[in-house]
Design a protein around this ligand. Structure first.
Ligand SMILES: [Zn+2]
Length: 138
């Protein structure tokens, strides 16, 4: 993950923005899959916490989506969640709960207009770096 960029279809960005607005005032969440850093599928997940400040996915739902992704011969590339009222920066809780260093973290902030989407490589709970995203029309 130390190289290159995440490639994200405009269509999926639209789906993420729509979900984030639908779930207000709470955070929304999901994961993105594809191959070689090209995202092809967006999987919305339920925010069990129903909170405007953090999100929680049930372990069962997370395992199910990982299974569905493998059945499509895709890889889990990134987690996704929204920040209704703060900038698109990983919180301490976000970093603490991040499932795997090999997975990127995408955050969509609705604090700003138009919404701001940022990607991160989460090295550990204390260390993260921005990861570039390019959008395409696939
Ligand atoms: Zn967050």
């Amino acid at each position: 993950m130390a190289k290159s960029k995440l490639v994200l279809p405009q269509r999926i960005v639209g789906e993420m923005v729509k979900l984030a607005k639908t779930e207000l005032p709470n955070e929304c969440c999901g994961v993105l899959s594809g191959s070689n850093l090209q995202v092809t599928t967006f999987w919305p997940l339920k925010n069990e916490a129903q909170s405007p400040l953090y999100y929680r996915v049930s372990p069962g739902e997370y395992q199910n989506v990982k299974y569905e992704i493998s059945r499509k011969n895709e890889q889990l590339i990134a987690t996704f969640h929204s920040h209704p009222k703060t900038r698109a920066t990983p919180s301490y809780t976000d970093r603490l709960n991040h499932p795997d260093q090999a997975i990127l973290m995408l955050i969509l902030s609705l604090k700003v207009n138009p919404p701001e989407l940022k990607g991160y490589f989460i090295e550990d709970v204390h260390s993260y770096v921005p990861y570039p995203i390019v959008m395409n029309s696939q």
